[in-house]
Write a protein that binds this ligand. Structure first.
Ligand SMILES: [Zn+2]
Length: 401
């Protein structure tokens, strides 16, 4: 495989789709070391000594971003290895959604984010509590730590955020309640710790823990906040007749972002179809990959993207959701999400596999005429084969027979 080192690498002759630049053409992507040099039809021809990787017949995109994963292995037993969800799935940039909290963030950073063995670029949506870690047993909920106000220390949290703003891009908040059913002290703490950072919340409940009613929660979200699991069943975004609720549409209309956050059971084709039909297109596609769903129905980001494509979302929009839209959701669109010259060389190469392909949301199985599968990616100019996604291929193809 080509190695970037300090030389020129040409990803030659793929169908380059860069939605932020309205670019969709057969073209070369040229990188030098860790930087994108240029993109264009035949652009690689003039680089005589370049390493050339032929990607004709493939789709080449800005490096994919998955804004909802769980990657801090060793903090509880819920997370997956970073690179399995990242570069080994053709995804150079991932975001951990709430598997850390303030007292353990430094450890998570040292052990995973900054560790020399970690190949994937990691950002974090941190839980604003002092102690949160995700366990198979949901221990923070079971022990009622997740709804104990003594778990909030705003000043300490501010220090952690300010010391780590290069990687903390927002909060993942469990909007649990204590005495007052109209307010979540945890949601309000996040507002006080860093009012400029977005908050990701999920629709639905937590075991053992009372949470803010969905309608009240939706009205407390601000422009740029993120609803994950947005297409789950019974999430409160559709009413009893199957129409989007006013609280949901009001949130969407004022710029609250709609994220997939697939997880084992938190994506329903049925809900997604209805919301899309009614004009509520998701902003971002994410996996919520963790130990409970990696062996199905989630597998990988490309599988999740394929599900939206199978619902007739155009391919360039699917790719926008995982490139420029995802970069904007975490306020990193100046660095990620496009193939602009001069940027860090995060580039993904995808295969289109012709079907029929079976895709399951964990509740319903559909047959798609084709699907996406990652071939590999460049992360800071270094090529990684998508070995996890290719392995997932064998598993889900077995299911399909
Ligand atoms: Zn999650």
């Amino acid at each position: 495989m080509p190695s970037a080192e300090d030389g020129i690498l040409v990803l030659k002759g793929g169908r380059v789709i860069d939605p932020a630049n309205n670019f969709d053409d057969i073209a070369d992507v040229v990188t030098k070391g860790d930087t994108i040099v240029e993109v264009g039809p035949g652009a690689g021809a003039k680089y005589q000594d370049a390493t050339v990787k032929d990607v004709s017949g493939k789709v080449v995109t800005p490096g994919l971003i998955d804004i909802h994963t769980h990657c801090f292995t060793g903090l509880g037993d819920f997370c997956l290895a970073t690179d399995l969800m990242g570069v080994d799935s053709g995804v150079p940039v991932i975001v951990d959604a709430g598997t850390t909290s303030t007292t353990i963030f430094g450890l998570a950073r040292k052990a995973i984010i900054d560790h020399p063995d970690t190949k994937t670029k990691i950002f974090a949506l941190m839980d604003p509590s002092q102690i949160y870690l995700a366990n198979k047993t949901f221990i923070c909920h079971y022990l009622r730590i997740a709804d104990d106000e003594r778990n909030i220390d705003i000043e300490a949290a501010k220090e952690v955020v300010d010391a780590n703003r290069d990687v903390i891009v927002g909060f993942k908040v469990r909007p649990t309640i204590t005495d007052d059913p109209d307010h979540s002290p945890f949601l309000e703490a996040a507002h006080q710790i860093a009012p400029d950072l977005p908050i990701m919340i999920h629709l639905g409940s937590f075991p053992h823990t009372p949470v803010l009613d969905t309608e009240k929660l939706l009205y407390q979200l601000r422009k740029g906040d993120i609803i994950t699991h947005a297409c789950r069943g019974g999430g409160g975004q559709l009413d009893a007749t199957g129409e989007p609720t006013k609280a949901f549409t009001d949130a969407y209309d004022r710029g609250v972002l709609m994220d997939i956050g697939h997880s084992a059971g938190d994506f329903h084709f049925r809900t997604a179809r209805r919301l899309i039909e009614r004009g509520y297109m998701p902003n971002t596609i994410s996996t919520d990959l963790n130990v409970f769903n990696v062996d199905g129905p989630v597998y990988s980001l490309s599988t999740t993207m394929s599900k939206l494509w199978a619902l007739d979302v155009p391919l360039d929009q699917v790719i926008a959701m995982n490139t420029i839209n995802a970069a904007k959701a975490i306020n990193r669109e100046q660095e990620y999400g496009t193939l602009d010259a001069g940027r860090s060389a995060e580039v993904t190469v995808l295969d289109i596999e012709e079907g029929p392909c079976l895709l399951s949301d964990g509740h319903e199985q559909i047959t798609a005429s084709r699907r996406l599968r990652a071939v590999g990616c460049l992360r800071a100019g270094e090529w990684h084969d998508a070995v996890h996604d290719q392995k997932a291929r064998q598993v889900d193809m077995k299911e399909a027979v």
